[in-house]
Design a protein around this ligand. Structure first.
Ligand SMILES: [Cu+2]
Length: 496
């Protein structure tokens, strides 16, 4: 079936909207000619009534694994497997998953805990499992240097040594990351610490503290996941036409009339999401990739590029009996309908101070490095080099404070969006496009992935702590997965 930008379905005339110069009909219903998976995309609630019946599937909540204590180490047993998942009624889609049928369980880790994430690969092909945002030894990072062959096991064993945050795990197989994630391999890692447990925030997992893995996918005429980017799509982003939230298309969630915390992950391959609510209400961002923000930041929308996370709190105290949508404004489509249908039994109030961050490092920086992201003819480069597993691009002394300048080189004819992700640590964004004043309030927390529009540059304060390894590198790369797989990645060693 031919994929269309214009999806014309007469049955839901009220769903027609025009956004900018790209007409899009965003109906969730099926066309009159049988099942139409490519158009089974997402309703536009801005043009639908309060009785919208399109978002009629309950949101799935990934199961929460708290680990099994074996001699003081918390073990998480995770089987990477082929599966089938019901995105569409009465149709099974072939997927990859961890334990279940799509995505992976949420792992809850406590700061200070010794953990062992035990992966068994039941796929027919080699993969890996990387802890995105995790501060850990390079040998436990789960990159292509820690491949897991079919039927093999691999464990990531380490002590959790970082602040409370929402991280995630996904494959990092050499030139196969994009396809493996696309098929469904991704899960959240929630790290808690004393601070996060004591703050007056919504904390009831799946009830008022809701994880949301946001993705977009192409489905072919048989309802199968279709991973076949053209060169253009590789360059400009492989953007699927169906929004998928925790593995569900057009889901709803039922909540109480109180503050609700959403842990948002942009789990897409290469789509930037600008997230807001359908009534444009404000909300508070409380955490960025790797930590709480020092204080909540009030926003009407939050931009997340692939791999980035944001924890937000939205106040629904006055919304009993009502509904609203979590929207993506660039495409004017919704990820989730939120029905506020029960009275709250307890309430929270976001504190005005959430944490204290170690920020006073800029003046301590003694070394600078520069990273230029560029693309030519479908191949991607950092500093004019494509990824080579056998090349170490950078060697970083332990505990040295450095400034990393990252530039998204503007091409003559076209601009490309990128981001920059670094393994094994977090960084602080201290300058954007030449000024400290351009650093957004909600990127002033610990981050591991930073967005760069075409022509943008950022300065990051970087410090590698705790772990050295003479031979096993960490990686830095663009987290648009098609870009990463086409070479926009490099490797660094941390040495004494
Ligand atoms: Cu990129």
């Amino acid at each position: 079936m031919k994929r269309r930008n214009f999806i014309l379905l007469s049955s839901v005339a009220s769903s027609v909207v025009l956004t900018g110069c790209m007409p899009m009909l965003l109906a969730g219903g099926m066309g009159g000619m049988g099942m139409d998976f490519t158009s089974a995309t997402n309703s536009n609630p801005l043009s639908s009534s309060a009785n919208d019946k399109t978002f009629n599937k309950a949101l799935a909540i990934p199961p929460l694994l708290e680990g099994e204590n074996r001699n003081g180490t918390y073990h998480y047993d995770l089987k990477i497997q082929k599966a089938q998942h019901e995105f569409f009624d009465n149709t099974l889609t072939d997927t990859y998953a961890v334990n279940g049928t799509y995505l992976a369980p949420t792992l809850k880790l406590i700061n200070g805990q010794d953990v062992s994430l035990n992966y068994t690969n039941k796929l027919d092909e080699t993969t890996t499992m990387h802890g995105h945002g995790m501060h850990l030894p390079a040998k436990m990072d789960g990159t292509a240097h820690q491949s897991i062959a079919p039927d093999a096991r691999w464990s990531a064993k380490y002590r959790v040594k970082q602040k409370a945050c929402t991280n995630w795990y996904h494959p990092h197989a050499h030139e196969k990351t994009a396809e493996h994630v696309y098929k469904g391999l991704a899960g959240l890692i929630i790290i808690e610490d004393e601070q996060s447990q004591s703050l007056d925030l919504p904390k009831d997992y799946g009830v008022d503290d809701i994880p949301l893995v946001l993705q977009d996918r192409f489905f072919d005429a048989k309802g199968q996941l279709h991973y076949a980017p053209s060169m253009h799509q590789t360059m400009m982003g492989y953007k699927g036409d169906a929004f998928v939230t925790n593995g569900v298309i057009n889901p709803y969630v039922e909540v109480s009339a109180k503050e609700i915390r959403l842990r948002l992950l942009n789990g897409s391959n290469s789509t930037v999401y600008n997230l807001s609510f359908s009534d444009n209400r404000s909300f508070k961002q409380i955490a960025t990739d790797n930590s709480f923000l020092e204080s909540p930041v009030v926003l009407n929308s939050v931009l997340l590029s692939p791999g980035e996370r944001a924890e937000i709190v939205v106040n629904l105290e006055d919304d009993l009996g009502g509904s609203l949508y979590l929207m993506e404004t660039r495409q004017a489509k919704a990820f989730l309908k939120i029905n506020v249908n029960t009275k709250a039994t307890h309430r929270t109030k976001v504190p005005s101070v959430l944490t204290r961050l170690d920020k006073g490092l800029v003046q301590d920086a003694t070394h600078r490095r520069k990273f230029v992201l560029s693309a030519r003819m479908g191949q991607m480069y950092i500093n004019n080099k494509s990824m080579d597993m056998n090349r170490v691009n950078e060697v970083i002394p332990l505990n040295r404070v450095e400034i990393w300048e990252v530039h998204n080189q503007k091409m003559m004819m076209m601009g490309m969006e990128h981001n920059f992700h670094m393994h094994g640590t977090h960084f602080m964004v201290v300058e954007r496009n030449g000024s400290i004043h351009n650093v957004l309030e909600n990127e002033k927390g610990y981050k591991d992935t930073v967005y760069l529009a075409s022509g943008d540059s950022v300065k990051l304060v970087v410090k590698m702590t705790d772990y050295t390894d003479k031979t096993t590198p960490y990686m830095y790369h663009c987290h648009f997965l098609e870009h990463e797989d086409r070479g926009m990645m490099g490797q660094f060693l941390v040495t004494k």
